[in-house]
Design a protein around this ligand. Sequence first.
Ligand code: ZN
Ligand code: ZN
Length: 342
Amino acid sequence: MKAIVIHMAKDLRLEECAVEKPGPGEVEIRLAAGGICGSDLHYYNHGGFGTVRLKEPMILGHEVSGHVAALGEGVSDLAIGDLVAVSPSRPCGACDYCLKGLPNHCFHMRFYGSAMPFPHIQGAFRERLVAKASQCVKAEGLSAGEAAMAEPLSVTLHATRRAGEMLGKRVLVTGCGPIGTLSILAARRAGAAEIVAADLSERALGFARAVGADRTVNLSDRDGLVPFSENKGTFDVLYECSGAQPALVAGIQALRPRGVIVQLGLGGDMALPMMAITAKELDLRGSFRFHEEFATAVKLMQGGLIDVKPLITHTLPLGEALKAFEIASDKGQSMKTQIAFA
Ligand SMILES: [Zn+2]
Ligand SMILES: [Zn+2]
C-alpha cells in the first residue's frame, strides 16, 4: 500500500509501506478521504513549526475517513463496509490528565502525524490504516469528504466549549481559514446571535459569509474593527484563529468588559495589550485539539445541523498528492483541500 511521507521541507513522497493486521479491538480501514491541515502544510513547506522539527520521515495526515475492511477480534459495533470518521486523538487512558477527564492533555498522546515526540507519531495518509474501533465513528449519510471534516470541526466545537455560554452572544472571529469558518458554524449552532468575521483576504471573507457570518471586516484596513471598539467594545467572545498579533490586538480592543478570548491560532509567541485585558477583565483561554467532541461533530453533520460542504474546495486523487499539497498551500485557491484515497 502507498502512504504520503514527508522527509524534509518540500520533500514529499508517495511511498510503499507495509500493511498491518488489525489486532484485538482494532479494525482495518480502507481510507477514503484525507483533509490537508495547517500542520501538514507546516511540515511540507517548512519541515516543522516553532521548535517542532522533522527528525525522521513521517507519514502525514490526521483528518481522515474510510471504509471498514477487516475486523479484529472482539469488534462488534462496526461492520465491514461501514463508512467511519477516524479520530486522530489517541490518549493513553491511564495518565493523570486522562484520569482527570482531560484526554487532550494526555502525557502520552499519540496524535496522528505529529513530530512533537520522537520517534514521531506516524500519520493516517495511507491507503490502509489500522485503528482502534473506539477511534471510529460511524458516518453513514455523509460523504467521505464530510466525514474527514469531523476533525477540524471538533477543534472548533472544543473551542466553543472553552468559550462558555454562547446563547445570544455577539461573536468576533479573526482569521477565516478552515478553523475560522468552522468556528462560525460552531458558534452559530451553539446560539450566537451575531457573528462578525475578520480576515485580510476578501476571498476568505466570502467563505465566512457563505457559512453564515452576519458581517465581515477586511483587516487590510487596519482600522476595520475600530467602530466595534467604541463604548468599551462590542463582542462577548473572540475566536482568534489567525495566530497573528495585529488581529488579536484589534480583537481585544473590540471585546466588551468580561469578554472571553479563545485562542486557536498558533502563530508563535506574541506581545499582548495587558492593560486592556486587565482593565476590561477579559478572560484569555487557550484551546487545543479535542477529544469527545469528535463524535459530536459527526452527529451534527449527520443531522444537517452543520454543513461543511461549502468549505471543501478541492479533492485530488492520491496520485496527485504533491499537487494537492501545493494547492492547499495557496490560500488564494484553497479553503479545504482533500485527497481521495479510493
Ligand atoms: Zn487538522
Ligand atoms: Zn493519558
